[in-house]
Design a binder for this molecule. Structure first.
Ligand code: MUC
Ligand code: MG
Length: 367
């Protein structure tokens, strides 16, 4: 069970349709495939999606920090010494996606070694999640058409709507059009990626007060401390901290400071090990949790559903598991399928994913 080698392989797969939101846009999935090899001949895998506009990481930076700092710190550790690994990686500040991919590849390797699914190792609550689809910026008619297409094809009935444009009417018109065209049954919530001020957010939420929203997420920056508290105190829906609450300490600060009342867990930035800590904290605090999406490919999505299916609290709400639908291709031998609005974990050991060698050869950027 000893780690013998860690690979960090940059690859690029274009999006069929770019995803646009208040803090950035993504046209090409420029991710890093992480492979952890052990002395038993087992290989664990995970992917790191760099999000420079949210966490400051780049694809080249992730490859470099893994190759130069993290790989030497974990080689020769056993897969069972995960807390030692966490402590060693913590000597380097930041780099959440790089650390998380390494952590998840280690869990995948452990599952493969023991012939147990990661979901069972973590908690084994269920084997599937309802799916929430994220709608990026566009004209109202195009966003309604996308939601209808996704509902028809995949049975998805929960939608997260990207907001944060100016004037706020651009976005409130979209949410109203979605409610009018999709009917009262669908679940709708909004994510501002810090695009609005606190007062713009309050005005927008007032304008949408008759639309039956489920949540509001990161409408204004958490660093606008008093403005955000003022906003959250007047809302009658849970306010989700996403990019402002990555670590258990962040969650504690945001929740106890009154700047959020619910949280998003993204395994792409807290791996399985730190996501467990965040989950346990959320459970203790009595918070609602949504499994978020860091614009993951299929491998990252499998990691999200593996974690989300592990606990009652994370499986309760629809998880954001469908961004891969907009990618032109992926690396897995067997593509993921969302059926009747649900995504199931893969049967088998670890996270249950295999990389197609031909696809990896086509998309990798280091050869
Ligand atoms: C989200 O929930 O904010 C956009 C940037 C990112 O890191 O994740 C996405 C979705
Ligand atoms: Mg968000």
């Amino acid at each position: 069970m000893k780690i013998t080698r860690v690979e960090a392989i940059p690859f690029a797969i274009p999006y069929r349709k770019p995803l646009k939101f208040a803090s950035g846009e993504v046209h090409v999935a420029e991710h890093v495939l992480v492979r952890v090899h052990t002395d038993d001949g087992v290989v664990g895998i995970a992917e790191a999606p760099p999000r420079p506009f949210t966490y400051g990481e780049t694809q080249a930076g992730i490859v470099t920090v893994i190759e130069q700092i993290f790989a030497p710190q974990v080689v020769s550790l056993s897969l069972l010494e995960r807390e030692t690994m966490v402590a060693r990686l913590a000597r380097t500040v930041g780099n959440p996606a790089a650390k998380s991919a390494l952590d998840m590849a280690v869990w995948d390797a452990l599952g493969r070694t023991l012939d147990v699914a990661v979901t069972e190792l973590l908690g084994g609550y269920t084997d599937r999640m309802r799916v929430s689809h994220m709608l990026g910026f566009d004209e109202p008619a195009a966003m309604v058409a996308e939601a209808q297409r996704v509902r028809e094809r995949h049975g998805i009935t929960t939608f997260k709507v990207k907001v944060g444009r100016r004037p706020v009417g651009l976005d409130t018109a979209v949410v109203r059009a979605l409610r009018e065209n999709l009917g009262p049954q669908v679940e709708l919530y909004v994510d501002g990626n810090r695009g609005w001020t606190a007062s713009e957010s309050a005005a927008a939420m007032k304008e949408m007060s008759d639309l039956g929203l489920l949540f509001a997420e990161e409408l204004c920056p958490a660093d606008d401390v008093l403005g955000r508290r003022w906003l959250v105190s007047q809302l009658d829906v849970p306010f989700i901290a996403d990019e402002s609450a990555v670590t258990p300490a962040d969650v504690t600060r945001e929740i106890l400071g009154g700047s959020a009342t619910a949280i998003s867990i993204k395994v792409a930035r807290s791996g399985f090990t730190h996501s467990q800590r965040v989950h346990h904290l959320a459970e203790g605090l009595g918070l609602e949790v949504v499994m978020g999406n860091q614009i993951d490919g299929q491998l990252g999505t499998l990691c999200t559903v593996a974690f989300g299916s592990s606990y009652q609290l994370t499986a309760r709400r629809a998880g954001e598991l469908s961004n891969f639908l907009d990618m032109s291709d992926d690396l897995l031998t067997e593509p993921l399928e969302i059926r009747d609005g649900e995504l199931a974990i893969r049967p088998g050991a670890g996270i249950g994913a295999e990389i197609d060698p031909d696809k990896l050869a086509r998309y990798r950027q280091d050869t």
